[in-house]
Design a binder for this molecule. Structure first.
Ligand code: SAM
Length: 247
């Protein structure tokens, strides 16, 4: 008879306990430091390690509610920077003056409309950040997540400036290798990172893509050739300053 060795069991119990303690640590730290969610520490770690948030930059936060990434982005771009957030849900917490939010489905909003609503000469963002997560069903979540990231990559020519950076959350699975391959084709660097604040059992990773190389074909021609045609929304959706009626 084969006897089970109790050591591995004892070890894995300790490891999961340690992870739980770590999770609680980030939860408590977020409360103490005034962040709306522990996800704030994921973005901080990503930026500390990969330097993706540009000081005084204009950045887009996709799936921004309840708002902890907005808080981190606002701090790190500083007073001279601007943060635009989009989410299906409203952002109810009051945000700093350099943050604007709009409520809506990212895939149905018109990137051109958003760009038009920006002031200034540079008609693209310096960084695009996505913590979006599709509703999980337990079946094919990884593919839905990769597809949502694909929707972002489709729109980058209209959203991200040459040399800009992009961070996307994706649930690791069947669609991930193709997504990474695609990102490697349009960024100088595209590497996954799993921050410490992400639970060990979670399938989420962050694809950190640096220095965008936009395709040479203009966006309008790509749209005519069958790329997704954006529908109006950014302007009519009411981009606004939270605290002044922002949703
Ligand atoms: C994990 S939460 C984001 C947490 C946020 N980064 C923070 O730190 O507070 C994921 C968000 O993605 C949003 N989301 C999912 N699909 C979306 C879509 N197609 N368009 C806009 N937001 C979406 C959800 O409404 C949800 O609020």
């Amino acid at each position: 008879m084969v006897r089970a060795d109790p050591m591995p069991l004892a070890f894995s119990y300790d490891a999961s306990m340690a992870k739980r303690v770590l999770h609680d640590k980030y939860f408590r730290q977020a409360k103490r430091e005034g962040y709306l969610a522990r996800s704030a520490y994921k973005l901080m770690e990503i930026d500390d390690k990969r330097r993706v948030i540009q000081r005084a930059g204009r950045v887009l936060d996709l799936g921004c509610a309840p708002g902890s990434w907005l808080q981190v982005l606002s701090e790190r771009v500083g007073e001279k920077g601007t943060v635009f957030g989009v989410d299906l849900k409203g952002v109810s917490h009051e945000m700093p003056a350099n943050v604007r939010t709009v409520r809506g489905d990212f895939t149905e909003l018109d990137p051109a409309g958003l760009i038009e609503s920006l002031d200034g000469a540079q008609p693209r963002f310096d960084g695009v950040f996505s913590d979006m997560a599709p509703d999980t069903s337990g079946h094919g979540d990884d593919f839905m997540s990769a597809r949502l990231c694909g929707e972002i990559v489709d729109r980058l020519p209209m959203l991200l400036r040459k040399g800009g950076h992009c961070v996307m959350k994706v649930l690791e699975g069947g669609g991930t290798p193709e997504l990474i391959k695609r990102c490697k084709g349009c960024f100088e660097e595209a590497k996954p990172l799993k921050p410490r604040a992400t639970r060990e059992i979670s399938k989420e990773i962050f694809l950190v893509c640096k220095r965008y190389r936009p395709p040479s074909v203009p966006a309008r021609e790509r749209r005519q050739a069958g790329q997704p045609a954006p529908v109006p929304g950014w302007n009519t959706g009411g981009a606004s300053r939270p605290g002044g009626g922002g949703r």
